[in-house]
Design a binder for this molecule. Sequence first.
Ligand SMILES: *[C@@H]1O[C@H](CO)[C@@H](O)[C@H](O)[C@H]1NC(C)=O
Length: 475
Amino acid sequence: MIPLILLLFVAWSCADEVVPNLRVDMQPPEELQAAATRNVHTAFITMPVDHFDPQNADTFQMRFMYNEDYFGGDGYPVFILVGGEWSIAEGWLRGGNMFQMAVENRGYQFYTEHRYYGQTLPYTEFTAENLRFLNVDQALADLAYFIKELKKQPRFANSKIILYGGSYAGNMVLWFKQRYPHLVLGTVASSAPILAEVDFTGYLEVVHDAFLSEGGEQCITTIRQGILDTVAAMETEAGRRSLEAAYRLCEPLDYDDELTLGYFSGMITWRFSGVTQTASPGRIITVCNNFRTNAYGETPMQKIGGFIAVEAGLQDCWSGLNFQSLLNLYSSNNNNRAWYYQTCTEYGYFQNAPRSGTVFDPLKWLDISFYAEICKEAFNERFDESFILSAASRVNQIFGGLRPDVNNTINIHGTIDPWHALGVHNRDLKETSPTFTVPRASHCFDMQNWLSTDTIQMTQVKQNTRRIVGSWLND
Ligand SMILES: *[C@@H]1O[C@H](CO)[C@@H](O)[C@H](O)[C@H]1NC(C)=O
């Protein structure tokens, strides 16, 4: 019997399903292998569940990691890498740009985990009721509490504190410095999308622009034709069969269900998004070369279907492309569900089909009502479009949207990073808060240590960031 059960389990775990690329999963830096021996430890701190209600005495355990190998002793600086919507991992205290800063300034390194992610769980059941303490206000207060507790230790009493964060955690460090300026000396905000926006069509506009600037007109023409042919194929029976073959679908789509067509549209855009968001120079060019040489398929539609299958390492065929299966992906108590909750109640960030002439425009099923339907069904009927719009405008109201008032924050963006469209990328935030926007750079590129694929400008911005942080510390 046992082998049979194992077989069933293996078959199930290998099912090819389309997983949305909506949450950033911060993978440790690439030079990690060389440094696997550096000492990183894990610990937990007791944290109030609700920092804003003195009558609520509930607590939870917040996970953090630390590396003290380079610490110079009493009063030397403390570097905190701030965790966002992912599980923290040791690699970030063994390499990367903040690690370099700690080495250069004899700093103590921490990495904090965001509440409701990884092992930092105020509640283990993610009901809408239990998720009400999941918001950035509480998460920033967690950091403030963490720093207050640190400062009780004599060795840190006089230490200057630097925060580094990327993506949503980039928002967090910038907003932290704005809200608690007395607690930290300065922050590095990498690829921070500080404007909450529900109808975020700008995301796919940047993906389009990245394929155009890296791959050229021929690449864009192929993608445009492939997507147009895909939408046209939905109209006839013969077309539908050729679509299902080109995209390697195990069974036909429900072509009458707009939500299922939204999921299918996401299957296409999320793959282009994933490639762009993480692209080092050369990556998009490789994809475009594969389109040109028919490596993914012959017709434009087959090329797109083949690209998705190859990129995802598809074993067999895509199964469960229906809205209910998509909802099921958000039904477990995990990082994906927690982050989707935050998009419904704080940021939107819905990567909708643009209406500006991009290759993705025809995938019109990717709209607010598609993403909002997940909010309603996964969490609460009340989380409809108007609820999400007011939630996002509340965030912009309290943090200032694209006009934050913050000193000593280094604000970094990359031009092919789709998230830069929601950040300040064309002016300094303030005299003390410079902005660096780097051509051909993708999401959070600066957090890594030097890579052989870096352009000169990427290397310079990483160095500049370390130099500026060093000058704050030695002032
Ligand atoms: C930023 O620094 C300047 C110069 O020290 C100061 O006048 C200003 O009040 C600071 N702004 C904030 C928001 O801290």
